[in-house]
Design a protein around this ligand. Sequence first.
Ligand code: PHE
Length: 528
Amino acid sequence: MADTPLPPDASSTVDAERGAWKSKLGFILAASGSAIGLGNIVFFASNAYQYGGGAFYLPYFIALFVLGIPVMIVEFSLGTLTGQSFPVALRKLVGKRGEYVGWWTTSSALFITMYYITILGWALSMLFGAFGGLLTDPAVAPFTGMTEPTAGPNATVYFFGMIATPWPLLAVVAIWAMTILILWRGTATIEKAVRVFVPLMWLFMIVLIVRGLTLPGGIDGVLYLFTPNLDGILDVNVWQGAFAQMFFSLSLGLGTMTAYASYLPKDADQINNSMLVSFLNCGFEYIAGVAIFSMLFVFALNPAGTTLSLSFFVIPQGIANFPFWVKGFGVFFFFLLVIAGLTSAVSLVEGVAAPLKDKLGISRAKALTFVMVPGIIGSLAFALPFVVDPDLTGDGTLGLTLLDILDHWVFRYSLLVGGFMECLLIGWVLGAANLRQFVNEHSKFSLGPWFDVLIKFVIPIILGVVIFFTLLADLTGGLYGEAYTINGFEWLPVVIPIFWIVATIATSIFLTNRPMHESTPHNVPAEA
Ligand code: PHE
């Protein structure tokens, strides 16, 4: 089966009406803008810390070269090979079962978008806070009357005070509005936005790193991050953490990169593009790690706690200790979070809207509306200020609890399962050698047969093992979220994962079985 040549009409030339990047630079900025986001700033540093600094980066580098770059080559080339977004591209290349997988990951992407935008809404609220009472000593929690968190450092008080007010609901709507605005005319407007935002986020990150490293003692944090440490290397959690981090950070496993690549000409060099985007992303991630770790060490801050705590309370607390221009740096930091996250949210929404357009033949405005309506409802649900834990020790508000439980399941499973299935389908049904031949035709550098071995065996085995152990830990360790104080909502830890699984599978079955819009030619190989 693996030797069957590519279906004759599988390949396409770029369809200008569907959308097309004006230049290679535009595409690289957009794809790296997708990759660089909250994952690089918020999640990388807390993962690296949690898994012991130097112990994290061997698994991380292995993840980059063995999983990250090869899977990105696959996702990019699916886009150029077919000129279609993920589920439709898979349908053309590997048949109906591919489309089921494609819609399943696409609908999971919508769930991620919902809470990703809520977190951005909180970052925006903190940005406003940085102008006001957030970085003053003692921090002035907004609307203290609504909630009285007692203990805890300043920024923590501010954050919990803030999420217990309705203001973040407004911020969430504002982020959705900006996202849709950037997506309104497709590649044309995306390209305009990323030309401004992506260079700006590099600039801001460089300012922060210079600040962190010039603080007396800042270099110690960097040493912690870079000193190899093999202690944790046998711990399967460290590997799971590194792999999930790599997939999330590179925007892989959900089909997002396929949507962006489908707006490239067919002869785009996808090896070169994948390496560029991956190195830009991981370079940024490392710089962000350096900036954050230098601050942690200088101010002896403890980043333990939830992943969000690092960006929302620990770093602001460090910034509040800066010798000068505290508010300026505070504003800088949250502005950086917002723009980095916004260019990722844009790609997440495009990754859901483009397949709807391709499959159903509807207009861009209609597709965006179909994504936006459930999307905003979800994002607002996660921003619900209703206080369920009056001590604000567990998750504090209903929205944050919902978010934390959903993230546990979606983050851990959807990207890795998506990557796993994608490699099996491309490796075995389409034939990794077929894809490699297509990629090599347009690339300066040639992939050898080792690429087929990676896609057919190595990556599915690694991901399969990691998914298995993660599932085992989840099944034996008690239901995630059960321990939270969520008065009156004790059923949430059961209902949330069930809702996610049922909703994504039902969406996948429904959309796969809808007739394909006529002008989207598709070809199902006879044996699929
Ligand atoms: N890569 C983005 C980040 O690091 C998140 C993302 C994941 C975006 C998957 C699109 C698809 O924040």
